[in-house]
Design a binder for this molecule. Structure first.
Ligand SMILES: Nc1ncnc2c1ncn2[C@@H]1O[C@H](COP(=O)(O)OP(=O)(O)OP(=O)(O)O)[C@@H](O)[C@H]1O
Ligand SMILES: [Mg+2]
Length: 308
């Protein structure tokens, strides 16, 4: 995954005096599923629109596939975009929707391409029902098929799970994973971290237009993993005791006075007992358990409010 597909540097979008996205930096590598997570109005759609070429940045740079974007329209064409509502024709079938667009794009061998796409997103090409009768989940699938029409390398999905029922969520998630396995790099936004946690390989927390954290799946898991946070005078002295007396092997030394213990079978009182028996003073000890949503809320709350 060393192949950089998109790089954004200092990307900013202002609507009059309102800054929707401020000074965003990010590198997106081939094969990643990047989850953009933020509350309503955080700037998710604006960011994705800039990357997808639907709105023009006020300042900053966008580089595609290691080359400058300026004047390189073809790079936008290698991107499939589904932002807000898919622009579907309500009075024709799914097949006909794709056919009309494929004609507009000038695609050759349309029939085979459309059959394949509909199969990929789990829609029946023989279904002649008009799209206006479709459920939300079916529309979302068709929207994804539309975004995939030009065989893009990168797929941008703005809140594709929004408004779907639990079954629909599972299905779209599954589809996204399949598309990723088939080689697509994917950017996806949501206001619920939990929804992205099952698929994204990288997380960008955006709050009031600013990236407040970019972290890998492993880093996020680690932050939310249950642990005992131990404060001692000297971690170096406590560790051999914990290893020897309690067989603790899963731990992390955070700094010279703080150790995190990741062992569900160990109780706080056992640690207190063995350390005090060895004459090691404990400054603090507490269990730490946080859900993904708590983590997200805490991060965005601590970032505070910006007024401009
Ligand atoms: N066309 C526009 N004109 C003026 N302001 C806009 C425009 N589009 C977005 N904004 C403002 O920019 C900020 C970011 O909006 P954006 O739609 O990107 O947020 P979002 O994270 O996608 O929110 P949501 O979860 O509600 O979809 C908001 O304060 C919004 O009001
Ligand atoms: Mg939005």
């Amino acid at each position: 995954m060393t192949d950089c597909m998109i790089e954004i540097c200092g990307l900013t979008k202002m609507y009059k005096s309102k800054t929707a996205v401020r000074n965003a930096d990010l590198k997106i590598y081939r094969g990643e599923i990047v989850g953009i997570i933020g509350r309503n109005g955080a700037g998710k759609s604006t960011l994705l629109k800039m990357i997808g070429g639907l709105v023009y940045p006020t300042s900053g740079e966008l580089h595609f596939f290691n080359r400058a974007a300026a004047g390189e329209q073809s790079f936008f064409e290698r991107m499939g975009v589904l932002i807000e509502n898919p622009g579907l024709y309500p009075n024709v079938s799914a097949y006909e929707n794709l056919n009309l667009l494929a004609m507009a794009y000038g695609l050759g061998d349309r029939n085979a391409a459309i059959e394949k796409l509909l199969q990929l997103v789990g829609l029946d090409s023989k279904n002649t029902a008009k799209v206006k009768s479709y459920s939300m989940g079916m529309r979302q699938r068709l929207g994804i098929a539309v975004a995939l029409l030009g065989s893009p390398d990168v797929l941008i999905l703005d809140e594709p799970i929004n408004g779907l029922d639990p079954q629909g969520i599972v299905e779209i998630r599954q589809l996204i994973l399949e598309l990723n396995t088939a080689g697509l790099t994917i950017l996806i936004s949501s206001h619920i971290l939990e929804e992205l946690s099952k698929i994204a390989t990288k997380y960008v927390i955006i709050h009031q237009g600013e990236f407040i954290e970019v972290l890998s799946r492993e880093e996020l898991q680690q932050r939310c993993e249950e642990r005992i946070e131990l404060g001692v005078e000297e971690a170096r002295a406590a560790l051999p005791v914990l290893e020897r007396e309690l067989n603790i092997t899963k731990y992390k030394v955070v700094d010279s006075r703080t150790v995190y213990v990741y062992d569900e079978n160990i109780h706080i009182r056992q640690i207190v007992k063995v350390l005090s028996e060895q004459g090691i003073m404990i400054d603090s000890i507490a269990k730490h358990k946080q859900s993904l949503e708590q983590y997200f809320l805490e991060r965005t709350e601590s970032a505070g409010e910006r007024h401009d």
